[in-house]
Design a protein around this ligand. Structure first.
Ligand code: FMN
Length: 367
């Protein structure tokens, strides 16, 4: 493992000494907080971010984050143990605050001596935060607005992720670039990581230069060789372009749909038809408002698992960000990270983000 890290970094340091020093300085606050050499997080992706991908990201110098999705505490414990066997480098665990057993999941993280927890889908309550902080766990939370970012820092969260609407999966309404302009100029003392729509190293450099301490990428890692995603799921990513990653449609304002960004497929059309049918039955008095809402919400149940693990790319949920256009082939995590670093360094060296194609250099892969 150590060999892999040093080979990768030596190559970048030798080719781009000034740019690599610049990057290290820019993300120093983030890397110190994460305990890894690079300010690049592999965002948790339910069913995708399991021990193989997460350990590969951490072993390559980034910061992998395990997705816990709707897992039971026992399963979470198993996958944490499996990840710990595959890497001695730090990684995080993503917990969904809406999970009915979130308290037990926190216990598992404490028992397994997890160093970082990434809390999604809400704001942690006092008790949750206190238990994590007292156990010495670094807490990272999502900040969808400046006001929430300030509040999260005030209540003791250790770092923030600002995720824009370009991202894959459940998203907010505002773009990463606008959130970055709104939030980064404020004098936060904690590290801030930007997520959503990042496919190229030049963008990482730009966000760092705006004051971010690192970036979180999800979509870009789905087609890593180490990712267990089904070959058909990966193929859908490789074929797709940015415009294919669309937001879930809502057909009636009375029945809100949580915005999810995914690749358009037959399932998306069936979802629109399902909503129309449910609204019709509601208007005819066959369903109560609550029953109708639940039927709509249940449409995608199990859809991401079917797509990621079984390769059901027609009807499953193909959650993907707009950065899917940068996913062109299956390649090792190490190469993805090396490419991002190289792009960031070239952008710094040439002061333009468009010159990356000129660099015909190959990574020193150890795998
Ligand atoms: C397939 C998929 C599943 C995701 N699942 C989760 C999740 O379980 N928890 C979470 O906090 N974020 C989840 N995300 C968001 C990622 O962690 C990450 O923030 C996002 O992918 C970054 O934007 P990008 O896709 O443009 O790189 C998911 C994203 C994708 C593409």
């Amino acid at each position: 493992m150590f060999f892999m890290l040093t080979t990768l970094f030596k190559d970048i340091d030798q080719r781009f000494p000034e740019a690599s020093t610049h990057l290290k300085q820019l993300w120093a606050k983030g890397t110190k907080f994460l305990g890894c050499p690079l300010g690049i997080l592999g965002g948790a992706m339910t069913w995708v971010s399991e021990p193989s991908l997460v350990s590969a990201i951490s072993n390559a110098g980034g910061f992998g984050v395990l997705a816990s999705g709707a897992m039971s505490p026992d399963i979470l414990k198993q996958i944490i143990r499996q990840t710990q066997k595959k890497t001695s480098h730090p990684f995080g665990v993503n917990l969904i605050l809406l999970h009915p057993q979130v308290g037990d999941l926190i216990d598992v993280c404490i028992q397994c001596q997890i160093t970082h927890v990434v809390l999604a889908a809400g704001i942690p309550n006092k008790d949750q935060l206190k238990r994590l902080i007292q156990a010495g766990i670094q807490v990272i939370a999502f900040a969808p607005t400046l006001a929430i970012a300030k509040r999260l820092e005030r209540i003791g969260v250790g770092a923030l992720v600002i995720e824009g609407t370009e991202a894959g999966g459940h998203v907010g309404p505002v773009s990463s670039s606008v959130l970055a302009q709104e939030i980064l100029p404020h004098p936060f003392t904690i590290p801030i990581f930007i997520a959503g729509g990042i496919g190229h190293g030049s963008m990482i450099l730009k966000y760092l230069e705006m004051g971010a301490s690192g970036c979180q990428l999800g979509t870009r890692f789905v087609c890593a060789q180490e990712s267990v995603a089904h070959p058909l799921f990966k193929q859908a990513f490789i074929r797709a372009s940015a415009r294919d990653a669309t937001l879930s449609a809502q057909v009636d304002a009375r029945f809100p749909v949580i915005p999810v960004r995914a690749l358009e497929n037959d399932g998306c059309e069936a979802f629109r038809r399902k909503q129309q049918e449910v609204v019709r039955r509601f208007e005819q008095g066959q369903l109560s408002q609550k029953e109708a809402q639940l039927e709509i919400e249940h449409f995608w149940a199990g859809g991401l698992r079917r797509a990621v693990l079984e390769g059901d790319t027609k009807m499953g949920s193909l959650m993907a960000g707009q950065s899917v256009g940068f996913v062109r082939q299956e390649e090792p995590v190490e190469k993805i990270i090396w490419t991002l670093l190289k792009e960031a360094c070239i952008a710094y060296t040439s002061n333009t983000s468009l010159s990356y194609d000129k660099a015909v250099v190959e990574p020193p892969l150890s795998a």
